[in-house]
Design a protein around this ligand. Structure first.
Ligand code: ADP
Length: 268
């Protein structure tokens, strides 16, 4: 409310100017803290695979290279570390682009059931090795068409399905289910794995956050997968939810708008 008293009004205006400046300063401070934290996190994550690869290579140069079996073993391990590094840098690029709001979606109608089948095929060999069954729940319609960015949703499903396969004890199951509503489709990725303790649930979507207990099992994880999932769904105007019980398993779910089923032209 503006005062009628001119002195009071000047005071009010100065006060409101000052508090808006203060808000700007607070915002900048937050950004600066965020930037510093991000840099610290990134440097820490980069150090691990680099030091590992360095260790293997210099040990080889120090003489281990003479031993045929050690040579192959160490080169393989150095290679694995560098694979992890490449993966991490790729994910970091995606995340930094998304966090700066630079994410352009290409919407199209596509069959997400078919997309999931394709992803399952890619994971088949790994699943078999770990004795994990990749299944669909019963009663899925032939086509589940959604309107979204196919490439990005593929990334979401791959991250969720690979986590479901990673944080589990064999034998286990990964199940994808679709609930088709009036305007939306809900997608569920369910596992019978380790589960996530309640105190960690809220934080698993933060970049670099890992649940301590499963960390030792973590092979090649970057701690960025779920942050990327969250960003992609956020860009679609949606969120991702999780329900989990330690020792029983987890279910991640998200919604996408229903797409139009294109009728194939039938020519007699
Ligand atoms: P990471 O690269 O470590 O897998 P994510 O961002 O994908 O990173 O996941 C963050 C953490 O959340 C993981 O380290 C793991 O502890 C936990 N997590 C993710 N998915 C599952 C799951 N399906 N079951 C149990 N824990 C999970």
């Amino acid at each position: 409310k503006k005062s009628r008293n001119p002195m009071k009004r000047v005071k009010q205006e100065i006060y409101s100017y000052a508090s808006s400046k203060q808000r700007e300063i607070d915002e900048l401070k937050k950004l600066e803290a965020f930037r510093r934290e991000f840099l610290a996190d990134v440097s820490h994550e980069l150090k691990t695979p680099i030091f590992a690869a360095q260790g293997f290579i210099y040990t080889l140069l120090d003489g281990a290279v003479e031993d045929e079996t050690v040579r192959v073993k160490f080169l393989k391990r150095a290679g694995k570390s560098l694979d992890g590094l490449a993966n991490l840098v790729q994910n970091l690029l995606s995340i930094s682009r998304m966090e700066s709001g630079d994410i352009q979606l290409e919407f199209e109608d596509f069959d997400i059931y078919k997309l999931t089948q394709e992803i399952y095929e890619q994971f088949e060999a790994k699943a078999e090795k770990k004795q994990i069954k990749l299944i669909f729940s019963e009663e899925i319609p032939d086509k589940v068409v959604v309107f979204a960015d196919r490439q990005r949703i593929m990334q979401v499903l791959m991250n969720l399905i690979s986590n479901a396969m990673k944080y589990t004890e064999s034998p286990s199951e990964v199940e994808v289910d679709f609930k088709v509503g009036e305007k939306e489709v809900t997608i569920y990725v369910k596992d019978t794995g380790l589960g996530i303790p309640p105190e960690d649930l809220k934080r698993i979507f933060e970049r670099f956050y890992r649940v301590e207990k499963s960390r030792s099992k973590d092979k090649g994880g970057t701690g960025l997968g779920l942050a990327i999932v969250r960003h992609i769904l956020q860009a679609h105007g949606n969120t991702v939810s999780v329900v989990s019980t330690v020792g029983k398993g987890s279910t991640f779910s998200f919604k996408l708008p229903k797409g139009e089923v294109k009728q194939a032209l039938e020519i007699e």
